[in-house]
Design a protein around this ligand. Structure first.
Ligand SMILES: NC(=O)C1=CN([C@@H]2O[C@H](COP(=O)(O)OP(=O)(O)OC[C@H]3O[C@@H](n4cnc5c(N)ncnc54)[C@H](O)[C@@H]3O)[C@@H](O)[C@H]2O)C=CC1
Ligand SMILES: O=C(O)CCC(=O)C(=O)O
Length: 528
């Protein structure tokens, strides 16, 4: 099978080599497409790769009937409708590490350009003026740099600004006084940071919570003559408020790499001599572009080839060593879910997934997602996947619970799936037998040993002599060969269960005839 990959923003040619070298991938590069063009083009593609230039809207995603993955060659994913992608089961991946250094270096360049009026002085000189008085700057040394958002880039900026002998004070919801002491920088609340800083630089993502984080009220609390740097995202700073704060003299100057609307040709902030700006160049270095493109292309390839990705955005990411431990359980988990929902054949209201034995100590959320996927696929079809399984369960108002216990009833690992419906509670348990693969080991309270694969029949009956024989001849009459059989009972003469694996699907006629036998209470055909 050949996968079609569309690249809709300029990406480093060296970076996309992994895709070009793959023999099952066809790469198409079409940049500068309008939303309408992209809606039309996207239908034939399995993967879409973008930088910040393409807005991947809900309507584009809706049209991507073959779309499996969206790759963002960079960090910020605010140009991708993540909810729409998740709902459609489309995984979004980014390249969070490749441009950290470049963005931090650009921030420092902007900070210095701002403090020493370098762009303004250069322009003046180009206009044949030798004006030294006009461009007197301020030193960075001993000034306080307030960093809002101390993630990858914020931290790198802190390290570099220390080299400029600045005092650093930072705020981040995940930053503590202890971490600050270790890094040799100051810790403050958001309020403290904006009140104490001579220069403020923001390095948060653009989220609902960070939109206009720096607004007129925030400017009001800052020192007079403060300088502002934004190399993160337009929208974190309210541009109208910034304009007013510069005009009023509250803010001495601003260095901006990013804007609320991009791209643009005219911007009122650029009319102010106190503003220095670049057109979103933070990540625009040869090195960063190559790394982010390689990273994202590799993840796209992994996903198209059915492997787990390294940098998922709409799925929790797991370190490689943990993924190695959980991945072998995915098949078993999905099959347990599919088996049980067929057995129940009613709408699930609650699904409880329990993990025992060696699973007690590992991250099991991806295994749960596979169980839910197995359950929902039966009714919602093939578009259910790891990405949208939990979203779809929530949308169907199905409660999903995950539990863990160290005791595994004699197994080294055990996954138990329980489904509650309006009228019944049923459960199935399975294990991964070392060297022998997955097995179903309990159905309700019965003990069995069945491979979760192929055509199966679950028969609930009364434990009486002759049942097995009658059932066997009936299937024989229908030319249905029994491959394996497992039987267990509650007590002698009581309820019993029989699980058969057969060589073909149990058709309606054979099923109905089985139900005619007095001792047989229920028959369910399951195809895994
Ligand atoms: N100008 C450019 O070309 C580039 C811009 N960026 C932008 O920079 C942003 C940051 O990138 P990274 O440092 O790699 O991301 P990151 O995820 O490592 O760091 C973001 C930090 O912001 C913090 N944060 C979230 N909400 C906050 C709030 N309300 N107040 C304070 N801190 C908050 C988070 O806790 C996190 O530590 C990206 O989201 C992207 O938008 C990234 C690369 C290049
Ligand atoms: O793609 C780019 O050049 C922008 C990089 C960026 O803004 C990001 O990685 O968030």
């Amino acid at each position: 099978m050949t996968f079609n990959v569309l690249i809709s923003d300029p990406l480093s040619e060296e970076g996309i080599l992994p895709l070009r070298l793959a023999d099952n991938v066809k790469v198409v590069i079409e940049t500068g497409l309008s939303e309408e063009d992209l809606e039309e083009r996207i239908t034939e593609f399995d993967a879409l790769l973008v930088r910040s230039g393409t807005q991947v809207t809900r309507s584009i995603i809706n049209k991507g009937k073959n779309l499996k993955i969206i790759g963002r060659a960079g960090v910020g994913v605010d140009n991708i409708d993540l909810n729409a992608a998740t709902e459609h089961g489309i995984i979004v991946v980014n390249a969070p590490n490749g441009n950290t250094n470049s963005a931090a270096e650009h921030t420092m360049a902007m900070l210095m350009a701002l403090s020493r009026n370098i762009p303004q002085a250069y322009l003046s000189l180009k206009e044949h003026r030798w004006d030294r008085k006009k461009f007197v700057g301020v030193e960075l040394r001993d000034k306080t740099l307030g960093i809002v958002g101390l993630g990858r880039i914020g931290t790198e900026v802190a390290t570099r600004a220390k080299g400029q002998r600045m005092n650093i004070i930072a705020y981040d919801p995940f930053f503590t006084k202890e971490k600050a002491d270790k890094m040799g920088i100051g810790y403050g609340t958001f309020e403290e940071v904006i009140q104490q800083a001579d220069f403020i630089t923001v390095h948060t993502p653009l989220l609902k919570e960070t939109r206009h984080l720096i607004d007129a009220k925030a400017f009001g609390r800052m020192k007079d003559g403060v300088f502002i740097v934004n190399c993160a995202r337009g929208g974190i700073i309210d541009e109208d408020a910034l304009y007013e704060a510069i005009v009023s003299g509250k803010v001495a100057g601003a260095a901006l790499d990013v804007f609320e609307e991009e791209p643009f040709m005219d911007h009122k902030l650029l009319e102010l001599p106190e503003v220095v700006a670049t057109p979103h160049l933070g990540a625009s270095t040869v090195e960063a572009q190559e790394i982010v493109a390689v990273d994202v292309c590799k993840d796209v390839l992994r996903h198209l080839n059915g492997e787990s990705v390294i940098n998922p955005v709409n799925l929790p990411s797991l370190p490689k060593d943990i993924m190695k431990k959980v991945e072998p359980y995915f098949y078993l988990a999905e099959k347990l879910g599919a088996f049980l929902i067929d057995l129940v054949s009613e709408v699930a209201e609650e699904i409880n997934v329990s993990f025992a034995g060696e699973l007690y100590d590992i991250e099991v959320a991806p295994i749960t997602r596979n169980t839910i996927k197995g359950i929902l696929k039966r009714h919602l079809g093939m578009h259910v996947n790891d990405v949208n399984a939990l979203y779809l369960a929530e949308k169907k108002e199905i409660v999903v619970n995950e539990q863990k216990t160290p005791q595994a009833k004699g197994f080294t690992n055990l996954i138990t799936v329980e489904i509650k419906t309006k009228s019944q509670i049923r459960k199935v348990a399975g294990t991964l037998l070392n060297g022998l693969g997955p097995r179903i080991v309990h159905v309700d309270n019965y003990r069995v040993d069945v491979r979760p694969e192929g055509h199966m029949v679950v028969i609930e009956h009364i434990d009486q002599p002759g049942v097995i024989g009658r059932m066997g001849s009936l299937l024989g009459k229908h030319d249905i060969n029994i491959a394996t059989m497992q039987v267990d009972r509650s007590d002698r003469g009581g309820k019993a269960i029989m699980i058969l694996t057969i060589d073909r699907h149990l058709d309606e006629a054979a099923l109905n005839e089985l139900l005619q036998l007095d001792e047989i209470k229920d028959v369910v055909a399951i195809d895994l």
